[in-house]
Ligand binder design. Structure first.
Ligand code: ASP
Length: 363
């Protein structure tokens, strides 16, 4: 099913890797089309609706009762780990987790691919977060190469691998929930097409903003503002991708510079876990890139403020508890859970069941 060596696979550009992934896993934001994005959002809404009625909850929890999943999260995580766990529980899956490489056989020198090959002999899906940007791709290659197959609608399929964060490069499921949040926010305003989105903070190492930028190729006339100190500005690989896909972008030197034009402001923290800092210390966000109540006052009345979380000092604390519908990040967090139900359901070909149950039980 995959005819090249691991080394050759890993050395391919992402665009070529995507051709192998098809719908056997979720690794790169570039793998999604507009049709996929709309389908995921529709499915997330349906899962949310179904969960409100007892018969819907019962049905959902029966869908994957016979499936086992491993959540292999060897880089810190709160939301992604918990929302995947909750989504899997809603779908009735049995769950296992590994959260520390030191208590797995990798500490005895076992390679990642051997470990993954072991995992997939027990489970029907692996969700993984790893500091190495290539780890999920290596796991995917292993799943394609290994002989174990799972059956989905009469077809033999490799065990699906989902990236829950790959080093500084990709966080595809976060970008799906971000699109879901944006789409919901702009529901009455024609959706994401034509909107101006400002991405703020550590854009160089922020995998969430990188993945979200990739997704923007699917929408018409979107404009991206990149607000970051020079050393954290968006990298050339993304800028080139946006140019190739006719997505307009502009680098700016402060939040203030774009706040009145932005339909969405997406904040991020400085990803200083990749720096050599003394334990427990963090780099402070510089003033031009801290979102304040004053910015909220200047933001469009129907704009929204997002953050993938965790946050530190890049949003003024008063913004957290202000009663303002535009402050979206706590709802964005919850959207993640529904989007992850949709992601898993789609991988297992359950879209039709969920959509028709929604019609039947919630219509
Ligand atoms: N939770 C997000 C991530 O894993 C954002 C962050 O950590 O800053 O990338």
């Amino acid at each position: 099913m995959i005819d090249i060596s691991l080394a050759d696979f890993l050395s391919l550009p992402d665009s070529a890797k995507v051709a192998y992934i098809k719908d056997f896993g979720i690794l790169y934001a570039q793998q999604f089309s507009r049709r996929d994005l709309d389908a995921y959002c529709e499915l997330a809404d349906a899962a949310r609706d179904l969960h409100k009625v007892p018969a819907g909850r019962e049905l959902m929890s029966s869908l994957l009762r016979h499936r086992m999943v491993l959540n292999f999260f060897v880089q810190p995580s709160s939301r992604t780990f918990m929302s995947f766990n909750t989504a899997q529980a809603f779908l009735g899956m049995s769950r296992m987790s590994v959260r520390d490489i030191n208590i797995s056989s990798m500490s005895k020198g076992e390679s990642l691919v051997d470990s993954v090959r072991t995992f997939i002999s027990y489970v029907d899906m692996v969700v993984m977060r790893h500091s190495d940007e290539n780890a999920a791709a290596a796991a995917f290659w292993t799943a394609m190469k290994a002989h174990r197959r799972i059956e989905i609608h009469g077809q033999e399929r490799p065990v699906p691998i989902i990236s829950g964060g790959s080093g500084t490069k990709q966080h595809p499921t976060q970008s799906l929930l971000d699109v879901y949040t944006l789409q919901k926010s702009f529901k009455e305003r024609g959706g994401i097409d034509g909107k101006t989105i400002m991405l703020v903070g550590d854009l160089a190492r922020g995998r969430t903003v990188r993945s979200l930028a990739y997704l923007m190729k699917n929408y018409k006339d979107v404009k991206l503002y990149f607000a970051a100190p020079e050393k954290y500005q968006m990298l050339d690989d993304i800028l080139q991708f946006l140019d190739d896909n006719q997505v307009k972008w502009k680098k700016i030197g402060s939040i203030s510079e774009g706040i009145e034009q932005a339909d969405a402001v997406y904040m991020t923290r400085i990803q200083d876990e990749y720096d050599e800092l003394a334990a427990g210390t963090h780099e402070k966000a510089s003033d031009d890139f801290v979102f304040t109540m004053e910015h909220l006052g200047r933001m469009k009345s129907d704009a929204c403020l997002l953050h993938p979380l965790p946050k530190r000092d890049e949003i003024e604390i008063e913004v957290d508890y202000v009663n303002d519908r535009r402050v979206m990040y706590w709802r964005q967090e919850r959207n993640g859970m529904w989007m992850r139900v949709a992601i898993i359901a789609r991988l297992f070909g359950l879209d039709g069941r969920i959509l028709s149950a929604q019609q039947e039980l919630c219509g």
